[in-house]
Design a protein around this ligand. Structure first.
Ligand SMILES: [Zn+2]
Length: 232
């Protein structure tokens, strides 16, 4: 029995009606959850299907965003940029990690030309980092970790995070975690500390505990590096 099913979408740019595959919720098997929220699955990876891409015009976004209506100005921007250079590509069927990367990159262009929020762009870049990690492509992985970090920092500094303090806590935590992945242990510690001392940390125990663990790990790494420097 297939673990995928077709869901119907209407493109808000070109009005094309099409179906795109999704993973049945009952078929999702989590194997491992990493500290940057990267989940490893047994079987189909539902995040591969997180982006909906209109095969006719190339408009691509996270499923929830794809369903939202666009302003006339936004439609015009997509038509003038994405649609103009679009060569029919079909991501509506089964996806593997390579087609997932391609469709996420197309979504990245869409979000960028529409000057969407850095918080969403960061989420997209983080997923690309995960996929390159799964492919064991270290350089590409670190490149996207760095880009995701920049986007989350911009989001933290400039964007009002509307759906409550919990999202803000998540962003602060991820800034710490991505710094740690890049070996910036001192910065990582500073952001983890902000999570632990955040006035709403009690509302999200999981993140608070992650931050404590990763803080300890970063302190260890930082000290190890310092000692190595002293011995040399
Ligand atoms: Zn379209």
């Amino acid at each position: 029995m297939s673990t995928l099913f077709d869901r119907q979408y209407v493109c808000p740019v070109c009005s094309n009606t099409f179906t795109s595959k999704q993973v049945k919720t009952s078929a999702i098997r989590t194997k491992e959850r990493k500290k940057d929220f990267h989940t490893i699955f047994n079987g189909d990876n539902p995040t591969f299907y997180g982006i909906i891409c209109c095969p006719k015009c190339g408009y691509a976004k996270f499923e929830n965003d794809f369903k939202l209506p666009l302003s006339l100005k936004q439609i015009e921007i997509i038509k003038q940029t994405i649609m103009k250079s679009w060569k029919t590509q079909d991501f509506t069927g089964e996806r593997d990690i390579n087609s997932a990367i391609k469709v996420h990159l197309i979504a990245l262009v869409n979000y960028t030309v529409l000057k969407e929020r850095q918080a969403v762009i960061g989420k997209l870049l983080l997923r690309l980092a995960w996929y390159y990690e799964e492919l064991e492509q270290v350089e590409e992985n670190l490149k996207y970790v760095g880009l995701a970090l920049d986007a989350f920092v911009k989001s933290y500094e400039n964007e009002k995070i509307d759906d409550a303090e919990e999202k803000e806590l998540e962003v602060i935590y991820l800034i710490g975690e991505l710094n740690r992945q890049l070996g910036n242990y001192k910065d990582a510690i500073r952001w983890y500390e902000m999570v632990v001392r955040h006035e709403f940390a009690y509302k999200n125990r999981l993140i608070k505990n992650y931050a404590k663990e990763q803080w300890a790990l970063s302190a260890e790494m930082h000290n190890a590096l310092k000692n190595r420097g002293r011995d040399a």
